[in-house]
Design a binder for this molecule. Structure first.
Ligand code: SAH
Ligand code: MG
Length: 195
């Protein structure tokens, strides 16, 4: 394994940055490979870990990734440069809810503020190609969905409630076929149905 990636994982751990879990990112990378996905939009770059892993799947893959936190954005920029992946990864600093993109993507990966998943989904639907996929991380919310007794704060309870609303939204959305996987922290894969 590339030492530079191990360094990024270490930095994330030391600084409490919630990068994707190993099983989740491996699943995502295999999915990208298997389905020949080339254009990806990511909402929530953090320090660039998942975008770097996805870019390394194939040299033809292009990723646009959005991060609203300035410090993380700068760290991501540094990591992407250090990996020589500037040609494949375009990093945007800003709130994904205020950004408008024209391009269409094969896959849109939602991995940002959990309370806003429905809004991200609705906003970026126009950027998804026919037969494209939404991929959403943290559907199990660190195990709290299964262990509600562990939830001590109101804030956390509300967040878990928002994730559950998003899951219902996906289940009831007949424009998409959604599969829920237990992999990593729980993944939802929503495939857009053709007309
Ligand atoms: N995908 C990353 C981890 C992302 S963590 C990885 O696996 O490596 C979630 C990130 O989303 C945080 O860095 C947070 O600052 C960012 N975020 C939260 N809300 C956002 C928004 N509205 N727009 C852009 N970024 C957002
Ligand atoms: Mg996540």
């Amino acid at each position: 394994m590339d030492n530079r990636i191990i360094e990024i994982e270490k930095y994330a751990k030391e600084n409490n940055i919630p990068i994707m879990q190993k099983k989740g990112i491996n699943y995502l990378c295999n999915f990208i490979k298997k389905n020949n996905i080339k254009n990806i939009l990511e909402i929530g770059s953090a320090i660039g870990y998942s975008s770097i892993k996805m870019a390394l799947v194939d040299k033809d893959i292009k990723i646009t990734t959005i991060e609203k936190d300035n410090e993380r954005y700068l760290e991501a920029l540094k990591n992407i440069k250090n990996m020589d992946l500037e040609k494949q990864i375009t990093l945007i600093l800003g709130d994904a809810l205020n950004i408008n993109l024209k391009d269409k993507y094969d896959l849109i990966f939602i991995d940002a503020a959990k309370a806003q998943y429905i809004r991200f989904f609705k906003k970026y639907e126009v950027n998804l190609k026919e037969n494209g996929y939404f991929f959403s991380d943290n559907m199990d919310f660190h195990g709290f969905r299964e262990n509600k007794d562990l939830i001590k704060s109101k804030n956390l309870r509300q967040l878990v409630g928002k994730i559950e609303k998003f899951i219902i939204f996906l289940k009831e959305n007949d424009k998409y076929e959604t599969k829920f996987l237990k992999t990593g922290d729980g993944i939802a894969i929503s495939k857009k149905k053709g007309d």
